[in-house]
Design a binder for this molecule. Structure first.
Ligand SMILES: *[C@@H]1O[C@H](CO)[C@@H](O)[C@H](O)[C@H]1NC(C)=O
Ligand SMILES: *[C@@H]1O[C@H](CO)[C@@H](O)[C@H](O)[C@H]1NC(C)=O
Ligand SMILES: [Zn+2]
Length: 433
């Protein structure tokens, strides 16, 4: 009994402390109408320590998370420059606790029993579960699956990826499709997208042609340290956890999607405290080096590269500084085709996908993964931004409503399939000639 009381108290103290750092933070939906306002809001972002969840472009609404003690100033500034806003969530911590509750309840409903092989799509699995899953799959499906340790994260976690092939990657006439997720730690909904692809290619094969005609490289957790940190400490952490950059304050971490060796440093931050801090140099981080090495080994056969992010319902392509690659028309065409396939099956509550160049749709960005792939000659390369679901629970943005997990995997797969079949068919045509 004593033990029960003790652990009950412990339980409550843990619950009370959870997400405490976000007490009173509010999520704003902000709408701007012209470029002038876009410039003003950018200045404001540098002036007040806010967290921009979705970027503001004229004619569209964006989400900005504002610390409790900055709210007044933030609202005053917006009003002063005539920008409209709506408070979407008054206290984001309540939403964080709700997310915990819903995800825990969803996995409890399974009653610990699952007749299916593989990971369920009712909750968001943590690093160690996914890591073990990749190993198990390789031992259960040795004919098609190989697990590879690509390297280690800053804190020493293994960054594993799967090679999926009916010919053990030895048939060099097959195109390779590359797929990765969780380069940004807090973008949890991207994990079911890669896990769903694995499920369809290995466990429950519904698209035999995609398995037979294509070799796949799938890397579900590129930023394991950051990802683990979002489960244990700070749900909205984005960067890796590298600590060897000190400027006298307590900031740390590199934005891995600004650390790749293309246009490095041109549209990212030198400030360690920034969410887009680009690191000490191109590929200074072990996590991005893993991708660099994979591309060095297989790049000549990779025909399409996917980097999955959230959120905003976007399919983006390079280059991040606005220049278009010579085959931009084809890239755009395949992008639109993929977007249509997703829109056809998406939930009505989410908006249609937008397709376009990163710079024109969002902002200038340098050192990004999909640009690097394009730059080394991979013909098609995309950043997906998955939808921000607003369902019955009201959870949206980076927060995951378990209702949406399987759907996110399913609908994203519809898009990925279209891209994969495009390169497969192109490849067949090439061999015929
Ligand atoms: C990961 O999740 C599993 C299953 O819910 C749990 O048993 C394990 O303790 C978690 N691992 C960490 C490091 O939190
Ligand atoms: C950062 O620290 C890691 C691990 O201690 C080390 O391997 C790496 O070289 C360091 N990087 C830089 C840029 O100092
Ligand atoms: Zn991202």
């Amino acid at each position: 009994m004593l033990k029960t009381i003790f652990s009950t108290c412990l339980f409550f103290s843990v619950v009370i402390a959870r997400h405490e750092q976000y007490e009173g933070y509010a999520l704003y939906e902000v709408t701007i109408t012209n470029e002038e306002q876009a410039k003003l809001i950018k200045q404001l972002e540098n002036q007040i320590p806010v967290d921009v969840w979705t970027h503001l472009v004229p004619g569209n609404t964006g989400q900005i998370l504002v610390p409790k003690d900055q709210r007044k100033e933030f609202q005053n500034e917006l009003s002063a420059i005539g920008i409209e806003y709506k408070i979407e969530t008054d206290n984001i911590r309540e939403q964080l606790l709700l997310e915990d509750e819903l995800l825990a309840a969803a996995s409890k409903n399974r009653n610990g029993f699952s007749s299916r092989i593989g990971l369920s799509f009712d909750t968001i699995h943590n690093y160690s579960v996914v890591d073990q899953y990749l190993v198990d799959l390789a031992s259960q499906y040795p004919e098609t699956v190989t697990v590879v340790s690509g390297g280690r994260s800053f804190e020493g976690r293994d960054i594993k990826y799967l090679k999926i092939s009916t010919t053990n990657f030895e048939d060099r006439s097959k195109p390779i499709v590359y797929l990765e997720s969780l380069i940004h730690a807090r973008e949890w909904i991207t994990l079911p997208a890669t896990l769903y692809a694995i499920e369809r290619l290995v466990i429950d094969v519904t698209e035999q042609d995609l398995l037979e005609d294509i070799d796949w490289i799938i890397l579900p957790i590129l930023n394991p340290d950051g990802y683990e940190f979002t489960h244990t400490e700070n749900r909205f952490w984005r960067k890796n956890r590298a600590t060897n950059y000190t400027d006298g304050d307590s900031c740390l971490g590199v934005d891995l999607n600004r650390n790749f060796g293309i246009f490095w440093g041109e549209a990212s931050s030198v400030n360690v405290c920034s969410e887009t801090f680009h690191g000490l140099g191109p590929f200074s981080e072990s996590e991005t080096s893993v991708v660099q090495n994979i591309l060095a080994e297989y790049g000549s056969r990779i025909e399409i590269f996917f980097d999955i992010h959230s959120h905003g319902s976007l399919i983006l392509y390079g280059y991040g500084l606005g220049a278009l690659p010579p085959n931009a028309l084809v890239i755009n065409y395949v992008g639109v085709t993929m977007a249509h396939a997703i829109d056809n099956v998406k939930w009505d509550s989410n908006k249609d996908y937008t397709v376009g160049n990163v710079y024109y749709v969002l902002y200038a960005a340098s050192g990004i993964a999909s640009d690097y792939a394009l730059g080394i000659g991979i013909p098609l390369s995309y950043t997906y931004e998955l939808p921000s679901y607003r369902g019955s629970s009201g959870l949206n943005g980076f927060l995951v409503d378990p209702e949406f997990i399987e759907q996110a995997g399913f609908e994203t797969w519809e898009g990925l399939k279209v891209g994969a079949r495009y390169v497969r068919d192109l490849d067949k045509r090439r061999h015929r000639h």
